[in-house]
Design a protein around this ligand. Structure first.
Ligand code: GTP
Ligand code: MG
Length: 231
């Protein structure tokens, strides 16, 4: 793949990457529609924002070599799950599973596997919900089910993961002990912050609900009074 030996391989590479980028478009639209429907129904947007990316050729080669596989397009398609990747960032912990369920319920999406680092955080403190799915891409001669890795996490979890990723990259996976401990402390703070934000949001919603009920009661009473006072 580094120096494609033939035009055949270049074509094969282009076709594969075309599928992945089409799958990304398709899944992005799907997720956007689901979020918009939620806004329509409940006046609430569970998704803060979505990012997506295609794995670079360099990372693809690096990953295959790391996994001790021959660098071929067949191996990349067969063994790499995250060539197409989508990250869904939500505000609250409570949004994560409903979003995952909405995606899994789609008739044309197949969930291949799930890694629940929300329920079972990694020892370094990493939290996120991962699913590898396939989504069909419709070509002129039929459909191709294409793999996409979806990561769902809160803004706070994303903040942590971004910093941790930079540090891990800088120290090539061997950060100094104290940094690891500090990061773990930050991860615990992220968990606390997410829990606090969740309960704060609950409280705000309850106040809103109470005000709505009171307004409704006042309206009802005014109507009853009006009826009574009619000649
Ligand atoms: P990779 O070989 O890294 O793709 O891992 P995997 O095939 O075992 O899958 P997993 O679901 O564990 O991780 C997939 C992706 O999640 C990674 O490529 C990262 O984007 C993210 N990830 C997993 N663990 C960590 C972590 O400890 N820190 C950060 N910052 N990101 C992580
Ligand atoms: Mg990966």
């Amino acid at each position: 793949m580094k120096h494609p030996e033939s035009f055949d391989q270049i074509d094969q590479w282009k076709s594969a990457m075309f599928l992945y980028s089409s799958a990304l478009k398709s899944i992005n639209t799907k997720i956007e529609i689901l979020n918009n429907e939620y806004v329509q129904l409940y006046n609430y947007s569970p998704i803060e924002h979505i990012t997506s990316r295609l794995k670079t050729p360099e990372s693809i080669v690096k990953k295959l070599k790391h996994d001790r596989r021959e660098v071929t397009i067949e191996n990349m398609v067969e063994y790499l799950n995250d060539i197409a990747g989508v990250r869904i960032i939500c505000s609250f912990m409570s949004d994560i599973y409903p979003i995952a369920d909405m995606i899994a319920r789609q008739a044309d999406i197949t969930v291949l596997h799930v890694k629940d680092y929300i329920k079972y955080p990694k020892s370094n403190g990493y939290k996120s919900y991962h699913m590898v799915v396939t989504i069909p891409v419709y070509l002129t001669d039929g459909k191709r089910d294409t793999k996409v890795e979806i990561q769902i996490r809160t803004i706070a979890m994303d903040f942590w993961a971004t910093l941790e990723h930079k540090i891990a990259y800088k120290f090539e996976g061997n950060p100094p002990d104290n940094l690891e401990t500090e990061l773990k402390t930050c991860a615990d703070m992220v968990t606390m912050l997410d829990a606090k934000m969740f309960s704060l949001n609950q409280a705000i919603m309850e106040i809103g609900e109470k005000q709505r009920r009171e307004r409704e009661e006042r309206r009802q009473r005014a109507m009853e009074l009006g009826e009574k006072n009619q000649p």
